[in-house]
Ligand binder design. Structure first.
Ligand code: 5AD
Ligand code: SF4
Length: 439
C-alpha cells in the first residue's frame, strides 16, 4: 500500500468552520489523505476561510503568499481555498493567486473528492454553487475513531435576517435546517466515539425548524440520547428565542446555563439602521424572561462599535445596555465595511473614533467578565475534564457556565465529569479543588 497523502487544513473564523474542516478532512480521507499539523510535509493545503470582517478575509491572501515557496519546491502540492472567502470571491482568488488549484464554497465541500481528482489531472477546480443536494446527505457517516469529550454539530446553516452590516446571508445563503433524525443519529455516533458534550451550531441556530417545536424540540430529542451529558447551542438571534426554548433553559437538565445572544448595539436608532428588527426594550424584556427561567444563566453577546451614523450618544446607549444586562463574557468588533452589504453604501466613521469606543467598551466587558468569574469563587461547579494541564497531575475542563477550570486531579481521566470547589479566579480561568466523587 502506498503511503497516505498528507492534508494540512488551516481554519479561520467561527465554530461552523471548525466543524466544516473536520467534515472536509473526513471527505478527503476517502481519497487517501490523513491530516498533518504542518504545511511543510503536506500534499494538499486547504485554507478554510472567513469573510465576516475585512481583516479575516485579507489574512487569506497573506497566508497564500507564504505558501508560494512551498509550491515552488513541490510543484505537486495542491492548494485549495474553502469557506466564505471562497464563496464570496470565487475565481478572483485564482486571479490574485494563480497557484491556487481549488476553490470550494461552504455548500459544496461534499464535492471535494471529485475536485481533488480533477486537480490531480492538472485541472483547476472551482465550485461555489448552492446545490440542491444536501452536502450532509452526500457525505459518508462519520468515522468511529475515538475522539475528545466535546464536539460541534452543525444543525442549521445560512441566515435570512439580512442585518445591514453582515455578509452571512450572501456567503452562506438562505436558512436551511438539517432533519432532526439525522442530527440525533450523528449525536449518537459522536457519543459512541466518546463525546459527552455537544454544541449545536448554526449561523442562526435558534431559527432551526427541522423538528416540531423548533430548536427546543431538537434539544428535547437529544436529551434522550444516553451518554450525552451536556447540550449547548450557538449562535442565536433575539427574535428567534421562542417560549419553548426559554422554558427549556429552566427545565432541561442537559441544556447548559449559558447563552450567546448577540444584540450588536444598545441604541434604538442604530438597531433600526442595522435592520435588527427589535428595540433595546424588547431585548431587556427578553433577557428578563430567560433569567426568570434560569436565574444563574451566563449571558454572552456580540457588539459592533462604529456602525455608520453611530453618535457618541448611541455608543453611550450601548454602554448603558451592557451595564444593565451584565455579560459573563462577550465579543466586540470595530465595524468593518463589507462589499455588497447595505451598510457599505453609507459614510464610514473615522478610525480613531472607532478605536476609542472599542477600547472603552472592551474595558467594561473585561470588568464584567472578571466580576462574573470572581463570583464563582466559593461555589462548587461540575467540570467536564478535557485535557491535562501544564503542571504534573493538573487537569483542565469546562464548567457548566463554560468557564475554563484547572484542578489538581491526578486520578481524573479525560471525559470525566467531576465536582470542583472553586478557590481562585485568574484572568481567563478558574482554579479549584477536586471534591471526592459521590460513590
Ligand atoms: N463588521 C464588524 N463586525 C461584524 N460582525 C458581523 N459583520 C460584521 C461587520 N461587517 C460581527 C457581529 C456578529 C459576529 C459574528 O461578527 O457582531 O454577531
Ligand atoms: Fe449576520 Fe447574524 Fe444578522 Fe444573520 S442574524 S445577518 S448571521 S449578524
Amino acid at each position: 500500500m502506498s503511503d497516505p497523502k498528507k492534508l494540512f487544513i488551516k481554519t479561520y473564523g467561527c465554530q461552523m468552520n471548525v466543524y466544516d474542516s473536520e467534515r472536509m478532512a473526513e471527505a478527503l480521507g476517502g481519497q487517501g489523505y490523513v491530516e498533518t499539523q504542518s504545511p511543510d510535509d503536506a500534499d494538499m493545503i486547504l485554507l478554510n476561510t472567513c469573510h465576516i470582517r475585512e481583516k479575516a478575509a485579507e489574512k487569506v491572501y497573506s497566508e497564500l503568499g507564504r505558501f508560494k515557496g512551498l509550491k515552488a519546491e513541490k510543484p505537486d502540492l495542491k492548494i485549495g481555498v474553502a469557506g466564505c472567502v471562497a464563496q464570496a470571491e470565487g475565481e478572483e482568488i485564482m486571479r490574485r493567486q494563480p497557484m491556487v488549484d481549488l476553490v470550494v464554497g461552504p455548500q459544496s465541500y461534499h464535492r471535494l473528492p471529485a475536485m481533488e481528482e480533477a486537480v490531480g489531472k492538472g485541472e483547476k477546480a472551482l465550485d461555489t454553487d448552492f446545490p440542491l443536494d444536501d452536502k450532509f446527505d452526500t457525505l459518508k457517516t462519520r468515522p468511529k475513531a475515538k475522539r475528545g469529550p466535546t464536539a460541534f454539530l452543525t444543525v442549521q446553516e445560512g441566515c435570512d435576517k439580512f442585518c445591514a452590516f453582515c455578509v452571512v446571508p450572501y456567503t452562506r445563503g438562505a436558512e436551511v435546517s438539517r432533519p432532526a433524525e439525522r442530527i440525533v443519529r450523528e449525536a449518537q455516533e459522536l457519543v459512541e466515539a466518546g463525546v459527552r458534550e455537544i454544541t449545536l451550531l448554526g449561523q442562526n441556530v435558534n431559527a432551526y425548524h427541522g423538528h416540531e417545536g423548533g430548536l427546543a424540540g431538537l434539544i428535547w430529542a437529544l436529551d434522550k440520547v444516553d451518554g450525552l451529558e451536556r447540550i449547548r447551542f450557538t449562535t442565536s438571534h433575539p427574535n428567534d428565542m421562542d417560549d419553548a426554548l426559554i422554558e427549556a433553559h429552566g427545565t432541561c437538565d442537559k441544556l447548559m446555563p449559558y447563552l450567546h445572544l448577540p444584540v450588536q448595539s444598545g441604541s434604538d436608532r442604530i438597531l433600526k439602521a442595522m435592520n435588527r428588527k427589535h428595540t433595546r426594550d424588547q431585548y431587556f424584556r427578553l433577557i428578563e424572561r430567560i433569567r426568570d427561567a434560569r436565574p444563574d444563566l451566563l449571558l454572552s453577546g456580540d457588539f459592533i462599535v462604529g456602525f455608520p451614523g453611530e453618535t457618541e450618544e448611541d455608543f453611550e446607549d450601548t454602554m448603558d445596555l451592557i451595564r444593565t444586562v451584565h455579560y459573563g463574557q462577550a465579543y466586540s468588533f470595530k465595524y468593518s465595511t463589507r462589499p455588497g452589504t447595505p451598510a457599505a453604501e453609507k459614510p464610514q466613521l473615522p478610525d480613531d473614533v472607532m478605536d476609542d469606543r472599542l477600547q472603552r467598551l472592551q474595558a467594561l466587558l473585561r470588568e464584567q467578565q472578571k466580576a462574573s468569574q470572581d463570583a464563582m469563587v466559593g461555589k462548587t461547579v461540575t467540570v467536564l475534564f478535557e485535557k491535562a494541564g501544564r503542571e504534573q497531575g493538573q487537569m483542565i475542563g469546562k464548567s457548566e457556565h463554560l468557564h475554563a477550570v484547572f484542578a489538581e486531579a491526578p486520578d481524573v481521566a479525560v471525559g470525566d465529569l467531576r465536582q470542583v470547589a472553586v478557590t481562585q479566579s485568574a484572568p481567563n480561568s478558574l482554579g479549584g479543588t477536586l471534591l471526592a466523587s459521590a460513590g
